[in-house]
Design a protein around this ligand. Structure first.
Ligand SMILES: [Zn+2]
Length: 295
């Protein structure tokens, strides 16, 4: 399959992958405003990639304000077909330990203050039963290094709005729902990728346990925060290493998904009633299904 890889993560992930200051830097216009920062087209170990820092340089956008739609639309404009993302999470389960890596297969979306779709002006209902691409998840799972950190291949990610972390009661509630991880960025990113017919998988980076779990006896809050900060650096490096190992395997992967035709049966609005302005604005997403000559 034709593969063009996009990578979305923190500025730190970009540092770990060595993409900053290399290749070409792009600023693209999108119908959804500016993307989070320069989009970089470069190579990682000889594989061409398109990179964007989700929170912009200097982490200027929090998880609510990150321009998810513009980031993914710009990637679509640059021909990206497959998106590998990373995001920090807190663990809801004893066995999902900080510094291990997790490839979530499910999401519970608890966000409520961020635009969640490309399609405000047309009724489009993509399937989201499996919100992460099975092909990409398999490639990432196969790329785990035998001597590297454990890579868990099933987990339900509870995406919260933030910006504060969970209360203890919320954390226990998420556990009762079957949640395994808490984070703030998987949604709407995974949904938007599906709406743009891009394959998308997330490498979740656990830095800590969520608030259901008391701090270890004798550990001060300050010591704990310092440990989390250290964990963030280590687990980001592990996530980057996994992505590096996955990149050359992507071109040979055998598709086990239908992400790239997600819109085929998803457009409910009568085609004749979709205005030219909307067709034109969303052309990179919809042109396969709404050719300009359809009146
Ligand atoms: Zn897919």
């Amino acid at each position: 399959m034709a593969v063009r890889v996009g990578i979305i993560g923190s500025h730190g992930l970009g540092l770990a992958l060595g993409v900053h200051g290399r290749g070409e830097s792009h600023t693209l216009e999108t119908p959804f405003g500016p993307h989070a920062g320069p989009i970089i087209t470069t190579e990682v170990d000889g594989v061409p990639v398109v990179y964007v820092s989700r929170h912009g340089r200097g982490h200027v956008f929090n998880a609510t304000r990150s321009p998810y739609r513009a980031n993914l639309f710009a990637m679509k404009l640059l021909g990206v077909t497959h998106v590998l993302a990373t995001g920090t999470v807190r663990s809801l389960r004893e066995h999902l330990q900080p510094l291990q890596l997790v490839l979530p297969d499910q999401v519970i979306d608890r966000t409520y203050r961020r635009p969640c779709t490309f399609y405000d002006d047309v009724a489009v209902h993509v399937e989201l039963a499996s919100p992460f691409c099975s092909t990409l998840r398999q490639v990432l799972a196969n790329a785990a290094h035998p001597n590297g950190p454990t890579v868990h291949t099933e987990a339900t990610y509870v995406c919260v709005e933030g910006p504060s972390l969970s209360t203890r009661a919320e954390s226990l509630l998420y556990q009762a729902w079957g949640g395994d991880l808490v984070g703030m960025t998987a949604m709407p990113e995974a949904r938007l990728a599906r709406e743009a017919e891009m394959h998308y998988a997330l490498v979740a980076l656990p830095t800590d346990y969520d608030s259901w779990r008391p701090l270890p006896a004798g550990q001060s809050h300050e010591d704990h925060l310092s440990q989390v900060s250290h964990h963030l650096q280590l687990v980001t490096a592990s996530g980057a290493a996994l992505i590096r190992r996955a990149l050359p395997r992507l071109a040979e992967s055998r598709p086990s998904c239908r992400c790239d035709s997600a819109l085929a049966m998803a457009i409910s609005t009568d085609r004749a009633r979709i205005p030219d302005e909307v067709r034109s604005r969303l052309r990179p997403l919809l042109s396969r299904y709404l050719p300009p000559n359809v009146a």
